[in-house]
Design a protein around this ligand. Structure first.
Ligand code: NAI
Ligand code: MG
Length: 497
């Protein structure tokens, strides 16, 4: 594979290759001198060479983060100063919005209209929301029943935090992790996904420009089994925040045992999206489409199990099939693209394998199900795929596919569908489409998931908590809920006698 010049000419950041890593305020090569390739999934060509972090780089980053946490200017900064740095970072993200959106789209493949319209603005918004929290981390005074005692609590940072993020929303995942950690006064070692390291590294430059002291944010790109695993295992890292597969989430938890790291996990899903017959069906069909095909289906909350009441099943199935056929596939960088490629060849093969399994087990595609890259520069394109004739027990109805593949199934009653929707090892999100308010609230109560969307889907806001039930993980991100993950409570007793 050769480096494609046309993709990169616009972006100055990509001229300085190999892209280095950020440790202790310095941009450095890997200790081993090794680099790895990050690929443009729209073409399969190499986008950049990136420093490949491993155990030694993680050790250095952990030392830098520890130093910055214990003795740098960072712990002496006032909450107001921390808040200002986060606010300035939000401003810088906005000032560089076009460049960041292009970088994100080239590295991940996602349509530029979404990276411009959602990923980058939401990233800026996230930093701004948490800038506000820096000055609001209040303790409490406790009315204890022991005479003469004045007892109060302090909310202190956890310490050095390792953050391991996935490739589906690279810069947003970085913001979800960094913003609350920094608002609370922690220091960070961030490991971006090996498929999409670029936007986090560019964000690292903006973090330096904003004026964060050296060592407060360290960014070490590299592979999961090496850089990621050594971060998860490191004895001087106090906490790990992870977003990714449930399988790796379990490994992170096992690795935490050595020094009893605090761990928060945002893992996979197989989210039910349920359409009742009284829903506005046109609206619900569009909702079902974006629920599964947004971001090429590479969304932990993807509405991948679509349950439709049997009285409107045929209508919804044909409506969804129709809108899926009309989606425009193309390179992410083309402004008219609705659906881009999957992130990597590996992910494309994983999804293709699930489509094959679906067919073997007796499900039938009404549209899609094929490789679509032959006419599209050989990128990792899979057609939007709708499966009919699916049973709850089939593999494609149980396992996370993480691609543009939806299993459509009929149901008859509310009680039946709540039980079927909940029959999953996952519990991340659920959708309900109905115009009956009572039914909506009843379903919201019955569904065992961290988020329920009614007559909408995939809504996220920095102020609204997000996280999973069951094997979709634990801990919450966003809102004030996440502050629990990045602070610890100290109780102070003063004898006033
Ligand atoms: P993954 O869970 O392997 O990767 C996510 C992150 O974890 C990456 O930064 C990776 O380098 C790191 N990692 C991998 N192995 C590690 C280890 N042993 N120790 C520490 N860090 C490690 O996900 P992958 O392989 O990219 O995708 C596999 C499947 O995972 C997808 O098909 C999808 O089902 C699920 N997934 C879920 C995501 C979510 O948002 N919940 C995001 C990405 C993947
Ligand atoms: Mg993996």
């Amino acid at each position: 594979m050769t480096t494609s010049a046309t993709d990169q000419t616009q972006i100055a950041f990509l001229q300085q290759q190999p892209v280095k890593m950020l440790i202790g305020g310095q941009w450095v090569a890997a200790a081993s001198g090794k680099t790895f390739e990050t690929i443009n999934p729209s073409t399969g060509s190499v986008l950049a060479q990136v420093a490949e972090g491993d155990v030694e780089d993680i050790n250095q980053a952990a030392a830098a983060a520890r130093k910055a946490f214990e003795s740098g200017p960072w712990p002496k900064m006032t909450p107001s100063q921390r808040g200002r740095l986060l606010w300035r970072l939000a401003d810088l993200v906005e000032q560089h919005a076009d460049e960041l959106a292009q970088l994100e789209t080239l590295d991940n493949g996602k349509p530029i209209k979404y990276s411009k319209g959602a990923d980058i603005p939401l990233t800026a918004d996230h930093f701004r929301y948490f800038a506000g929290w820096a000055t609001k981390l209040e303790g409490e005074t406790i009315p204890v029943s022991i005479p003469n005692m004045f007892t109060y609590t302090l909310r202190e940072p956890v310490g050095v935090v390792g953050q391991i993020i996935p490739w589906n929303f690279p810069i947003q995942m970085a913001a979800w992790k960094l913003a609350p950690a920094l608002a609370c006064g922690n220091t960070v070692i961030l490991k971006p996904a090996e498929q999409t390291p670029l936007s986090a590294l560019r964000l690292g430059e903006l973090i330096c420009e904003a004026g964060f002291p050296e060592g407060v944010v360290n960014i070490v790109p590299g592979f999961g089994e090496t850089a990621g695993a050594s971060l998860a295992l490191h004895p001087d890292v106090d906490k790990i925040a992870f977003t990714g597969s449930t399988e790796v989430g379990k490994k992170i938890l096992q690795a935490s045992v050595g020094n009893l790291k605090k761990v928060t996990l945002e893992l996979g899903g197989k989210s039910p999206n349920i359409i009742f017959p009284d829903a506005d069906l046109k609206f619900a069909i569009r909702g079902a489409m974006t629920a599964i095909f947004f971001n090429q289906g590479q969304v932990c909350t993807a509405g991948s199990r679509l349950f439709v009441h049997k009285s409107v099943y045929d209508q919804v199935l044909s409506g969804l099939t129709d809108v899926a056929r009309k989606m425009k596939m193309g390179p992410g960088i083309d402004p008219s693209t609705d659906m881009g490629p999957l992130v990597s060849q590996e992910q494309m093969e994983r999804v293709t394998n699930y489509i094959d399994i679906g067919r073997r087990e007796g499900a039938v595609t009404t549209t899609g199900g094929k490789y679509a890259g032959s006419d599209l520069a050989g990128g990792y394109f899979i057609e939007p795929t709708v499966f009919d004739n699916v049973q709850d027990e089939m593999t494609i109805a149980r396992e996370e596919i993480f691609g543009p593949v939806v299993a459509v199934m009929p149901f008859e009653s509310m009680e039946e569908i709540a039980a079927r929707a909940n029959k999953s090892i996952y519990g991340l999100a659920a959708g309900v489409w109905t115009s009956d308010v009572k039914q909506a609230h009843k379903m919201a109560a019955l569904l065992k998931s961290g988020v329920v969307w009614v007559n909408t889907y995939n809504q996220f806001d920095a102020a609204a908590p997000f996280g999973g039930y069951k094997q979709s993980g634990y801990g919450r991100e966003m809102g004030h809920a996440v502050l629990d993950a990045y602070t610890q409570t100290k109780t102070v007793w003063m004898n006033l006698r």
